[in-house]
Ligand binder design. Structure first.
Ligand SMILES: *Cc1c(COP(=O)(O)O)cnc(C)c1O
Length: 383
C-alpha cells in the first residue's frame, strides 16, 4: 500500500516561513555582508530583543536549549555530589544537562491536571545535597511556580526554569523564564520561536550569573585569550540571531493563533468519549507548543490517524527515569505513576499557528471515528 496522503501535517514550517521569506533572506544577507557568523552583533541585537520580550534584564544566546540549561547549572556551581530535582515528564535534555555537570538528577512526579512539577512531591524530595530545582513548563504551560519558589526559598535553593517549550507563556502575569533565578529557552526549529538550525538562550536578572554564563559559553574567556574558567564553545550563530530577531516579531501573534486553535480543539473535543483534553490552569497562559490529549490505546490511535492522513506525535513515549541511559539511578517501573500513565496515553495533535479551522475539524472527526472503531476493545480492556 502506498503511503496515505497527508491531510493535516503535525507541523508546517513552510507555511510559517513563506510570508517572511524575503525579510529572512535580507536578514541573512546582512550577516553575510558583515562576516559576523559566530556570536557578534546579530546575536547581541537578538539578545536585547529577547530580554525585552521576556521582561528580564539579561539574555545570553547559546548554542541550543540543552547548552542553556547546562551552562546555567554550571554557572550556579552545580557539580559532582550534588542533586538537582526535576520531573520525568520532559525531554531527555533537562536531565542530561544535570548529568553533564557531574550531578545526579532526582525526579518527582507531575500534577495529573497540568502535567507540570507537583509541588507536594518536590517538598519531599529535597535533601542536603539538593543544589537546584528545574520545573519544566511542559507543552507551553508554566508549572505552579509560587509553591515551588516558596519551597526553594525556604531551603535556599535556586530555581532554574526549563522554558524550552514556553516562549511567551505566563503565570499570574509573570513571563515564563523570569520567575526563577534564570530561565532556559530552546530555539530548535519546531519550537514556538524557532531558528534555522540550533540555538538557545538563558534569561536572568542576576548580573553575576549572566556574566558567568557569557564567559562559559565562550571557552571561559573574559577577554580574548584570557581564560578565567574552563568553559566550552556554546555560542549562538550570527545567522540564528538575525533570523530569530525577524521571527520574534511574529511570536505573540503566532502564540495567539495557537491559543485560538486550542480553544476550538477544546470545544470540539468536549463531547468525545475517552479523550482527556489539556487543561489551562486559570492563573496561567498556555502557549500550546504541544496540544496533547490523553487517549486509551494511544499507539493504535496514532497509527490509525496516520492512515487517515492525520499526523500526530508523542511527547514523550518513555519517561526519563525509565530511559536505558538512566538505569543506574535505580528508578523502578511505578516510581512515578502519573508520569508513567501520561507517557502511555499522551497523543499530540497537529498544532501550529497556520492550521485552518477545517483541518482542526477534520482531526477531531477522524479521532472520533478511530475511537469509535476501537471502542469495543477499549471497554474490553477496561474490564
Ligand atoms: C527542546 C527542549 C530542550 C532542549 O533544547 P535543544 O535546543 O533541543 O537543545 C530542553 N527541554 C525541553 C523541555 C525541550 O522541549
Amino acid at each position: 500500500m502506498s503511503a496515505p496522503k497527508v491531510k493535516v501535517p503535525f507541523l508546517d514550517l513552510h507555511a510559517h516561513h513563506t510570508p517572511l521569506r524575503e525579510e529572512l533572506r535580507q536578514a541573512i544577507d546582512r550577516v553575510i555582508d558583515a562576516n559576523a557568523f559566530a556570536g557578534g552583533p546579530f546575536v547581541a541585537a537578538f539578545e536585547k530583543d529577547w530580554a525585552e520580550f521576556c521582561g528580564s534584564r539579561y539574555a545570553i544566546g547559546v548554542g541550543n536549549g540543552t547548552d542553556a540549561i547546562w551552562l546555567c547549572l554550571l554557572a550556579l556551581g552545580v557539580g559532582p555530589g550534588d542533586e538537582v530535582i526535576t520531573v520525568p515528564s520532559t525531554f531527555m535534555a533537562t536531565a542530561e544537562a544535570v548529568s553533564f555537570c557531574g550531578a545526579r538528577p532526582v525526579f518527582v512526579d507531575i500534577d495529573p491536571v497540568t502535567y507540570t512539577m507537583d509541588p507536594a512531591q518536590l517538598a519531599k524530595a529535597i535533601t542536603r545535597r539538593t543544589k537546584a530545582i528545574i520545573p519544566v513548563h511542559l507543552f507551553g504551560q508554566p508549572a505552579d511556580m509560587d509553591p515551588i519558589l516558596d519551597i526553594a526559598r525556604r531551603h535556599g535553593i535556586p530555581v532554574v526554569e526549563d522554558a524550552c517549550q514556553a516562549h511567551g507563556a505566563s503565570y499570574k502575569g509573570r513571563k515564563a523564564g523570569t520567575m526563577g533565578i534564570a530561565g532556559c529557552f530552546s530555539f530548535y526549529p519546531g519550537k514556538n520561536l524557532g531558528a534555522f538550525g540550533e540555538a538557545g538562550a538563558v534569561v536572568t536578572d542576576d548580573a553575576k550569573l549572566a556574566s558567568r554564563i557569557q564567559t562559559l559559553r565562550d571557552h571561559g574567556q573574559s577577554r580574548k585569550y584570557h581564560h578565567e574558567y574552563i568553559g566550552w564553545n556554546a555560542r549562538m550563530d550570527g545567522i540564528q540571531g538575525a533570523v530569530l530577531q525577524v521571527k520574534l516579531r511574529r511570536l505573540a501573534a503566532a502564540n495567539e493563533a495557537r491559543r485560538a486553535h486550542a480553544r476550538l480543539y477544546d470545544q470540539l473535543l468536549a463531547d468525545v468519549e475517552d479523550v482527556i483534553p489539556p487543561v489551562e490552569a486559570p492563573d496561567r497562559t498556555h502557549v500550546y507548543h504541544v496540544y496533547a490529549v490523553r487517549v486509551p490505546q494511544r499507539d493504535r490511535v496514532l497509527q490509525m490517524l496516520a492512515e487517515r492522513g492525520i499526523m500526530c506525535g508523542i511527547h514523550y513515549p518513555i519517561p526519563v527515569h525509565r530511559q536505558h541511559a538512566y538505569q543506574h539511578l535505580g528508578y523502578a517501573d511505578g516510581s512515578f505513576p502519573v508520569a508513567e500513565q501520561c507517557a502511555r496515553e499522551f497523543l499530540s495533535l497537529p498544532m501550529y499557528p497556520e492550521l485552518h479551522r477545517d483541518q482542526i475539524e477534520l482531526v477531531v472527526t477522524e479521532l472520533r471515528a478511530c475511537l469509535a472503531e476501537l471502542r469495543p476493545d477499549v471497554h474490553a480492556c477496561a474490564m
